[in-house]
Design a protein around this ligand. Structure first.
Ligand SMILES: [Zn+2]
Length: 177
């Protein structure tokens, strides 16, 4: 079994993760993350079966989870994730600190920057909160898609053959037919 190649590059506050086809090394994915993402934070929903757009090689990308098998991460069912709370708290603490400093120094420029930093933290919180319903609807659609895929015994078999953990209940259907 072949594994895909992953290259992670850590920048100051972010990480870019590039993924390459195991056969021809075509870069089929490039994603940007805050900080350095844990394996859990790199999880995507959708089919783990990838087809290289360049050479057509079919392989598994384990960052993609079949919801029907692996479920949804708890963090995706929350109104606001811990990561966002952390970023916003940083903005609030730093912004408040800067605001106090600007009041003491009488600098209008610093005051404006501090208000901007606080507003950015507030925006991040609000943006995630208001996107909650949309996220849940999207997750519901992804769940239905996943269940639809898993009902196809040929798909389930291919997934297993490529090395993904597929529970027997999906495979038994093949022999039932
Ligand atoms: Zn390829």
């Amino acid at each position: 079994m072949r594994y895909l190649c992953i290259e992670g590059r850590e920048q100051f506050v972010s990480t870019t993760i590039k993924k390459y086809c195991p056969k021809c090394h075509y870069r089929y994915s490039r994603r940007w993350y805050y900080g350095y993402p844990s394996k859990k934070n790199q999880i995507e929903y959708g089919t783990p079966i990838q087809k290289c757009p360049s050479c057509g090689e079919v392989f598994i990308d384990r960052d993609y989870h079949e919801i029907a098998i692996d479920g949804i991460r708890k963090v995706d069912t929350k109104h606001i994730s811990g990561g966002t709370l952390f970023h916003s708290s940083l903005s609030f603490v730093f912004g408040t600190f800067l605001l106090i400093a600007s009041i003491y120094s009488g600098s209008i420029g610093y005051s404006l920057v501090s208000i901007g930093v606080i507003a950015l933290g507030a925006y991040e919180l609000w943006d995630e909160y208001r996107g909650y319903d949309e996220r849940q609807e999207w997750l519901q659609r992804e769940t239905q898609e996943s269940e639809r895929r898993m009902k196809n015994p040929h798909y389930a078999l291919q997934l297993k053959a490529l090395g993904y953990d597929v529970p027997d209940c999906y495979l038994r259907r093949v022999s039932d037919e």
